[in-house]
Design a protein around this ligand. Structure first.
Ligand SMILES: NC(=O)c1ccc[n+]([C@@H]2O[C@H](COP(=O)([O-])OP(=O)(O)OC[C@H]3O[C@@H](n4cnc5c(N)ncnc54)[C@H](O)[C@@H]3O)[C@@H](O)[C@H]2O)c1
Length: 251
């Protein structure tokens, strides 16, 4: 129960990594608000957590919409009176495109969710975190945010931006008691990357660089998120934690 009594908002929690984080957070005693565009899967995630005795609430929200953020924050504060953890995890994953292949619409779509969505989330929760004098913001970046990945142009740019935004929040709000950290997952088995893993060339290249001989699981990222959300990481802020099975250190 490392998150006992805490209240968390987790975006993109109807699937993959976010779903894994919401499930672990709830098991650690945290009340979780599951934000997602996918109502069916969001409600299923909520119900599965409740069936195990956890406290979960699904809320439809598009992270690129400031009005949705206002509604969510008002609802969480009305119900729980505080927000301890925000995990900005939702992203639009546009891949298979270099700069020449990326249209302006692709670029705008990618940044609207993956970078602006994180900015809007921080902006929405920070006033209540500052007022309570504490809070942990966890942003999901990617190994694509720290190294060059072929044909992920817009996504990589957005994820690099997430890291710098995380550092900005860490330095601007640390003295108000707020910590902000980023997690860079490597290859994690989720619905989002299933088509990539099914691509023989990509899959072979990826697997050859996995130093721990396996693809990651959502729970691998949830373990890092539990640490960053809990008081165990009380002296950790502005950090970029790579959880990639050694992929980015492999030559
Ligand atoms: N899976 C990987 O290998 C991997 C690697 C590095 C980084 N990541 C990052 O991890 C995070 C989660 O990815 P995943 O693999 O679990 O993907 P996923 O597709 O399984 O889950 C993403 C969820 O985000 C939701 N979402 C998308 N746009 C949204 C929006 N505008 N508002 C609200 N919800 C929205 C989707 O409905 C979906 O439920 C993303 O930030 C992704 O970039 C994943």
């Amino acid at each position: 129960m490392r998150l006992r009594g805490k209240v968390a908002i987790i975006t993109g929690a109807a699937s993959g990594i976010g779903q894994g984080v919401a499930t672990r957070f709830a098991a650690e005693g945290c009340a979780v608000f599951i934000l997602d565009l996918n109502e069916e899967s969001g409600k299923q995630t909520q119900d599965a957590i409740r069936a195990k005795g956890g406290d979960a609430t699904f809320q439809y929200a598009d992270v690129s919409r400031p009005d949705h953020w206002s509604e969510v924050v008002a609802k969480v504060l009305e119900r729980q009176g505080r927000i301890d953890i925000l995990h900005n995890n939702a992203a639009r994953i546009i891949y298979g495109k270099n700069v020449l292949q990326t249209s302006e619409d692709d670029w705008d779509d990618e940044l609207a969710t993956t970078l602006k969505g994180v900015f809007l989330g921080c902006k929405a929760v920070l006033p209540s975190m500052v007022a309570q004098g504490s809070g942990s913001i966890i942003n999901t970046s990617s190994t694509a945010g720290i190294s060059g990945v072929p044909r992920f142009a817009a996504y990589s740019a957005a994820k690099g931006g997430v890291i710098q935004l995380t550092r900005s929040v860490a330095v601007d709000f640390g003295r108000s008691g707020i910590r902000a950290n980023a997690i860079c997952p490597g290859i994690i088995e989720t619905p989002a990357i299933r088509p990539l893993l099914d691509d023989e060339e990509y899959s072979a290249a990826t697997r050859s660089r996995l130093m721990l001989n396996r693809i990651g699981q959502p729970d691998d990222i949830a373990s890092a998120a539990v640490f960053l959300g809990s008081d165990e990481s009380g002296f950790v802020t502005g950090a970029v934690i790579v959880v990639d099975g050694g992929r980015t250190v492999a030559y």
